[in-house]
Every structure is written in structure tokens, then in C-alpha cells.
Design a binder for this molecule. Sequence first.
Ligand code: BGC
Length: 501
Amino acid sequence: MGFKSVLLVTLGSLLSFCSTAKVNKHFFPPNFKIGVANAAAQIEGAWNEDGKGETIWDRFAMSHPDWIFDHSSPQVAADSYHKWREDVEMVKEMGVDHYRLSIAWARIYPDGYKTEEPNARGVAYYKNLLRSLRALGIEPMVTLYHWDLPQKLQDDFGGWLSPKIVDIFADYARTCFELFGDEVNWWITINEPKQICEAGYGSGGYAPGVFSPGVGNYKCAKNVLLAHAKAYHIYDKEFRKKNQGKVAIVIDSNWFEPASAKPEDKEASERSLQFTYGLYGNPVFNGDWPAVVKERVAQRSKQAGLKESRLPALTKEEIKLIKGTYDFLCINHYTSHKVSAWYEPPVTDTSFGADIGVNDWMPKEWPKGGEGWFSVWAPGMRKLLNWLKDTYNNPEIVITENGLSDNTGTLEDDHRINYYRDYLSNCLDAIYIDNVNLTGYTAWSILDDWEWRTGYHSLIGMYKVDFNDPNRARIPKKSAAYFTQIAKNRCLAENPAECIH
Ligand code: BGC
């Protein structure tokens, strides 16, 4: 999903929208995994404890408090570093199959670079956490990189802008496979490259805040893909036989609903999908950049008088290295937009949006979440799953994030319940009606967290965290009971007697 622009219009309370859609009452298939998620930088806190190094988000938030909506920082967050036992219990009580978490690179290698010994206290933290989850029968799904680059790597060579990052990330990945491989069957290399690259190194709205539209974002994209691919191959060659786990990259995408049945509006939708999911998905699943992205960026670069395309080419060897580096497909999905054909933006505008070149908006009639930049339209989930199935040759798909933020933090969060019900119902339609090979769903988030640019202003958890309480008490919202019921019944019908096999 991600932060759309620096505009932060507080719409006050979120709408408690009701759905008129019919709920699919099928049971989830027997092997379907239901889980909850969060990430290190957003919940752990303890930002400089036990040898952890500084990250780009620590620096971004602490040196520019005005860049964060409520001037907060991830210093303490939900204090999960100290309260992890309580959090593991919470996950257990929800009766879910898996818990998606991330490892903070800077807890393992404080400066990011491999050292003779990894930081023992950081390693111990994750070992305890992972072993406790497994002891309770909860499968950990572990992300190696959820946006928290060690600051030193940014300072030394520009982070994801430099090809140097590829081998340094690969070293860190190998260390994690070695240290935690016995506890982890599901590995995610990198979370949401679009946000890392476009927001971090294109528009500059996210850490490290590099403003290089239409140049930095594409350089970063190539390096992220190569880093992911190297990590995948390391697992494949050195660990798969012993640990028998699965490895994938998480890519996020909105659904882009064509505004009409006109071919040019359908093309606007396809183009938007190729620039968002496809920019990363096509090299991984089909090989090379998507044709439409390659052509448009090359043409716009040429018309602007550049000798080379702003999108760096992938060599034959690079395409070979990246292609096929997945054991399943991951999608993070929160929102849908409408799109239609547009005029060609001037070639001097190198922004990512201009490269896409479509008219993209949130229709008034769709309810909004968060700060108003998030429109809720559950059929988009089913449509996106079908698009992924058709575009990438029917892979196994796991939804690694889906959820709804608000600004009130209310415990009576019926809007969140409705959201989960409608989005999950569309997942069941995709499975039973469209034969999409969807095998897992992960709700974001188990608890309120530090939401990057929106700090503690965006509240997205099924457990409320009182960020003014030094003890960071966790309090279940109504949605926590609802999600627990789904995990137990494996079906969305209110009356379990109505569930259909
Ligand atoms: C990110 C999460 C974030 C969520 C909700 C996703 O883009 O992966 O870290 O909390 O969106 O904003």
C-alpha cells in the first residue's frame, strides 16, 4: 500500500461501512493457512538496545520529526522487544496457523556488513521468539528485509542505489538461513520493493528520503531484484535440502479497475498493474522487465534527449539469475483505484506516475480508510488474484498483508470486521469459483504499530496498543474476537452450522 503523498488530511473518524455483498460460506480448504503479521521496525522498539545499529527509519524519523505526522519515531513503538512473550501468547490465543514477522538486519549486523560474529543478543532475541512460536504450533513466516536498512550502508554507498548492496544483503541472508533455518519454513526475502524504491529513492517520501524520480527508483528496483535472487539461490543451493523451506519475495499492488469497458481504459488498468506488480513480478516469474514498462520508459527517455533509458537494462545473465526465484507468489493488497486513459505527460516529468501515464483516482462512492488515501473495494481483491493467476501461470499464491487502518483506535471496530469479512469472502470466491491456487491469508496487523510516515496516527491493529502507557498495554478490539472466530471455524458464516464443504 504505502503512503501516497505528503498530504495528510485527517478525515476524523473512519466510516463504519456496511456491506451488501453476499458472504461466501464455504470452509477454507483444509491446507489453507490463516495468519497475522507485523514487522520489526514497527513494533519492536528498543531501537539502540543490545547492540542494535541505527536504521534509515531511525535516522529519518529522529532527525526530521516534522516528516512524521505526529512527530513520533520507532524508538519504543509497541515495545515488542521486551513484550514478545505476551505477543506470542496473543498470537496463540487467536488460534492462527502462522505469524509473519521480520528480522531487523541491524540487530544481527549493526552496520549491515557481515562481521566474524553476528550480534549475539540480537540473535538470541529472534531464536527465543521463533522457538516459542514453534513450541506453540505457530508457523513463523520470516521477512529478512522490511524497510529497515542499516544506516551505515546508506551513508557508505547510497544503500539500494548501489549494486554493492547485492552481495552485502546476500551475506546477511545466508547468516539468517544458517542461524534460524531450523525454525523457519517460510522465508520472505524483501517486503514491497515498490515502496522501498519508489517512495525511498524516487519520490523520497520514505526513508532514506532520496529524491530521484524516474531514475533512483529504477536503479533501486534492479538492485533489489538481484539481491532477492542471490538470496533465493543461496537458500536453494545451501539450505533447501536440509531445511525444506520455501522462499519468495513480497510485492504489493492495488487493483486498478478500468473506468469503462473501452479498450483504452482496460489498457490503462493493465499498464498500471505492470508498472506496480509487474515491475518486480515479471522479472521473477516470466523473466525481464514487463514489455510495456521497458517500451514506455525507453521512449520517454529518448524523447527527453537521454542516450539511455532511465530503466537500466537487465543483461541475459541477470535475467537468468532472477527468473524463477520463487516457491510461491506473495501479494500485499489493501486498496483499489479506478483508472482511465489519459494524455501523455510531458517527457520532462520523469516521475513514476508520469511514466505510467494513466488517470488514477479513488472514486467518491467507495468508502475511505486511514487518512482518506485508502479506498475500500473488496471485489478488487478477487480481480487482482485472478490477474496474478493469469499473468504468472497459475502459481501458488499467499496473501501476506491485508487490513484496514483508522485514526480513532476505537475498540468497536465494526468497519475492520466488515473489511476482513468482505475481503476474505472475495478470496473464497477466487478459490471456489475461479480456481485460484490461493493457499494462505495474513491479516495486517495483529496490533497497532508505528506506521512509518503516519506514526501512531494510523491505527491498524486488531489489538489496541496504548502508546501513552509506558507499559504499552495491549487491549483486544472487537475485530480480534472476530478474527479468532474465523481462525477457529475456518469459515465466514456467522452460524457455523451454515458452513459449506
Ligand atoms: C507495509 C506495512 C504497513 C502497511 C499498512 C504495507 O505497505 O508493508 O509495513 O504497515 O502497509 O500501512
